[in-house]
Design a binder for this molecule. Structure first.
Ligand SMILES: Cc1ncc(COP(=O)(O)O)c(C=O)c1O
Length: 409
């Protein structure tokens, strides 16, 4: 957000204007920030072929998928529905890596039929896959390295108790199945978690992958997953992408030389590409003074942005209606019949009923984790780019809530 002459802008679009034109609550995504993030990542790697597979679970709006496609990204999809959305957005099947977890072989078969690349994270599924396709359809294998990384236990996926990936200690079993069925393994994949600050985690994973890769002669790529930490508030330390790119590029080049062939290096960021690009604009319904607290009650809540309640996530909150107001201390809460606190004890410019607050870093896992709890409606989504605001999803209506209900008499 840029403050120019006492007005907040995103991509040259006045945010109070967006709130006025589209109403609140409303998600706003800045295509220019997405592009900058994409370029930062791609320019950090040198002398290797880098592929960025956008983890679309972060934000699946088709217009956002098209932005990614136009930037040159591929897709990381975790459900057959995300695969279908990716194809609808115009991605070629071979640009999509399908990485589901705990699905039956039927969903994997649907992925094969859609022509996308398959990533298998379970010995039982690998066995069924080999039995079904033998050497006819290649697959990637998701390994669990047993490395704990990530800011919150909900977003750690590589530890020993995690349900994700096939344990590296099961490699003998993997090789036994590959040999028996003639399975061609075209990729190795590890994703250890989200919000990994320490880039040495990625390098540790790289060493592990490079050691194991030799035993897989048909590789086309190695996928390092994601988990780059972004800034949620001023002064937050983030993953040093430049440093990671430099060190990992060099190690990857050495690895390819030893492997005897150039492979592609893949990452599949979600948060890094879209978190900072997104803002949730909410309207202040009430300012409620209690014995101990001043609450600002807004026309949104955990139904639209669940991250503060689910992950204890911090989202900066700015009063865009009162840029010159005196800072006061507020607790910003939603209108849901749950304790849906969006921010505790925040210093925010004086809030008046009717003001519009901007909740920052709402691009990733915001709308895509939203729901209809309390029969509340989901907000619209607006894409801003070069001074223009475009509605990319309309606000829900009561009819949308009723659409799937049957047999009312
Ligand atoms: C397999 C996989 N890849 C990529 C991501 C994206 O992670 P992030 O949003 O931290 O970049 C996730 C997130 O859950 C994931 O599970």
């Amino acid at each position: 957000m840029d403050l120019i002459n006492n007005e907040y802008y995103s991509a040259g679009v006045k945010l109070t204007g967006v709130a006025h034109d589209f109403g609140t609550p409303v998600y706003v995504y800045n295509a220019e920030i997405i592009q900058q993030q994409y370029e930062t990542l791609s320019k950090s790697f040198h002398g290797i072929t880098l592929r960025i597979q956008y983890a679309c679970k972060a934000l699946t709006n088709l217009s956002i998928l098209r932005v990614m496609k136009n930037l040159g990204a591929g897709l990381d999809a975790v459900s057959i529905q995300e695969v279908q959305l990716g194809l609808k957005a115009g991605f070629r099947p071979d640009q999509i890596l399908f990485t589901p977890n705990c699905v039956s072989i039927r969903e994997i078969i649907a992925g094969v039929e859609a022509g996308v690349r398959i990533n298998i994270d379970n010995i039982s599924i690998l066995e069924q896959f080999g039995n079904t396709y033998g050497s006819n359809v290649p697959c990637c294998i998701r390994l669990n390295p047993h490395i704990s990384a990530g800011a919150h236990h909900h977003i750690q996926t590589g530890h020993v108790d995690s349900k994700f990936g096939i344990s590296i200690h099961q490699l003998r079993h993997i090789h036994r199945l590959i040999k028996t069925f003639g399975i061609k393994v075209n990729g190795l994949h590890i994703h250890t978690g989200s919000e990994i600050l320490d880039s040495s985690v990625f390098l540790k994973v790289a060493d592990l992958m490079f050691d194991e890769a030799e035993a897989f002669p048909d590789l086309e790529f190695i996928d390092f997953g994601s988990g780059f930490k972004v800034a949620y508030k001023e002064g937050d330390v983030t993953t040093d992408i430049g440093d990671l790119g430099k060190t990992l590029s060099s190690r990857f080049r050495d690895f390819c030389r030893d492997y005897g062939r150039d492979l592609e290096l893949w990452f599949e960021p979600g948060k890094f590409l879209v978190s900072e690009a997104g803002i949730l604009l909410v309207g202040v319904n009430v300012v409620k003074q209690t014995l101990a607290t001043v609450f600002a009650g807004v026309d949104s809540g955990q139904n639209h942005l669940i991250r503060p309640m689910f992950y204890d996530a911090y989202h900066d909150i700015v009063n865009i209606s009162n840029p010159e107001g005196r800072p006061r201390v507020y607790t910003v809460v939603g209108y849901i019949c749950e304790t849906d606190t969006l921010g505790w004890d925040r210093k925010i410019n004086e809030i008046r009923e009717g003001d519009v607050l901007a909740i920052k870093n709402a691009g990733a896992y915001g709308f895509s984790m939203s729901n209809n709890y309390n029969s509340r409606l989901r907000p619209p989504e607006v894409l801003v780019n070069h001074g223009k605001a475009t509605l990319i999803r309309r606000r829900e209506t009561l009819d949308d809530l009723l659409l799937t209900q049957t047999e009312f008499s």
